[in-house]
Design a protein around this ligand. Structure first.
Ligand SMILES: NC(=O)c1ccc[n+]([C@@H]2O[C@H](COP(=O)([O-])OP(=O)(O)OC[C@H]3O[C@@H](n4cnc5c(N)ncnc54)[C@H](O)[C@@H]3O)[C@@H](O)[C@H]2O)c1
Length: 294
């Protein structure tokens, strides 16, 4: 394994975090998005996080410059041709992912691994549009990617064992703990188990059993969670969470994952969570206050 330059496609919450992590580990990164504004915002966000470390005396300004200098932002997917590892982190949508994997398959040399950070799209389905599905693997970082220890590696049905093994080695080289799923299952382990709990929290809100603040308080204090489920969905992004839950519901045909219509209304209203400034909570207020959702 000789990975020095990583291609990250999608510069949203996850792509940005993954680029930050790779640069922090001394790798060069090409961060590509369709939206130039998001790319600039993402790089500024990474710089902002690092500057806070400078203010606390934990990092020098030169080190920040060097680290940020390792991230090249671009809107050109062809940059993937010169990279040693590809991680896709675009919007959770199977049609979009398949379109991009078809393109990447043409651009990226045959021996390079194509990883997807999808939460709940089928890895085999993403891989099915490529000439060689055996080089496609799920590589699921958690949010925020720099902080969270776990990365789940999710092989598809056709993924070569060597591809999963190299991805595992790469995860370890990033200072993260890998868990490799034994076989493909929608959303792997952590996200699937969590999905049931998050989904239930939205239904409890919808049924009027508790306010957002009380549901989060009950789960934090009653289950010893670091943050409440509704605040966590806001951090994930309402659209991403809805897409994940829908995939689980459709693929597994299990009513446990039936998404609450409230989530759809929130997406249509633009209440996408923290990234939009408003979700179950209104982040334009300090401290954030529960959003009125009726
Ligand atoms: N948010 C989370 O907590 C979380 C955690 C783990 C995994 N994931 C997964 O990571 C992926 C990304 O999620 P996110 O939360 O970063 O989403 P996001 O909405 O924050 O970012 C998605 C990005 O994809 C970009 N994009 C859309 N179409 C594109 C195209 N054609 N070419 C290039 N870029 C394009 C968008 O401009 C946007 O910047 C999803 O598959 C999601 O399920 C999310």
């Amino acid at each position: 394994m000789d990975i020095k330059k990583v291609f990250v496609l999608g510069a949203g919450i996850m792509g940005s975090g993954i680029a930050h992590l790779c640069a922090q580990q001394g790798l060069n990164v090409v961060l590509v998005d369709i939206d130039e504004g998001i790319l600039k915002k993402s790089l500024a966000g990474i710089e902002g996080i690092l500057n806070k470390k400078v203010a606390k005396g934990k990092m020098t300004e030169d080190a920040v410059k060097e680290m940020v200098g390792r991230i090249k932002i671009s809107t050109d997917k062809n940059e993937a041709a010169s990279c040693d590892f590809v991680i896709e982190a675009v919007t959770e949508n199977i049609n979009l992912k398949q379109k991009l994997f078809k393109e990447l398959d043409e651009i990226v040399p045959d021996e390079i691994i194509l990883a997807t950070n999808t939460t709940a799209c089928s890895i085999s389905e993403v891989a099915s549009v490529t000439k060689d599905p055996s080089r496609v693997v799920g590589m699921h970082f958690f949010n925020p990617a720099v902080v969270m220890k776990l990365v789940e590696i999710m092989p598809g049905l056709a993924t070569k064992p060597e591809v999963a093994a190299t991805t595992k080695e790469f995860v370890e080289s990033l200072g993260k703990e890998p868990v490799v799923t034994a076989k493909e299952g929608i959303a792997g382990i952590a996200s699937r188990v969590l999905a049931g709990m998050l989904n239930e929290a939205v239904w409890v809100l919808e049924e009027g059993i508790g306010t957002a603040a009380d549901i989060d308080k009950a789960m934090k204090m009653g289950s010893n969670l670091p943050m409440g489920p509704l605040a966590l969905i806001d951090m994930i992004g309402i659209d991403t969470h809805l897409a994940k839950t829908r995939n689980l519901y459709v693929k597994l045909g299990d009513a446990r994952y039936r998404p609450c219509y409230l989530l759809e209304k929130m997406v249509h209203a633009g209440y996408l969570g923290r990234k939009a400034g408003k979700g179950f909570y209104d982040y334009t207020q300090d401290p954030p206050v529960p959003t009125v959702l009726k």
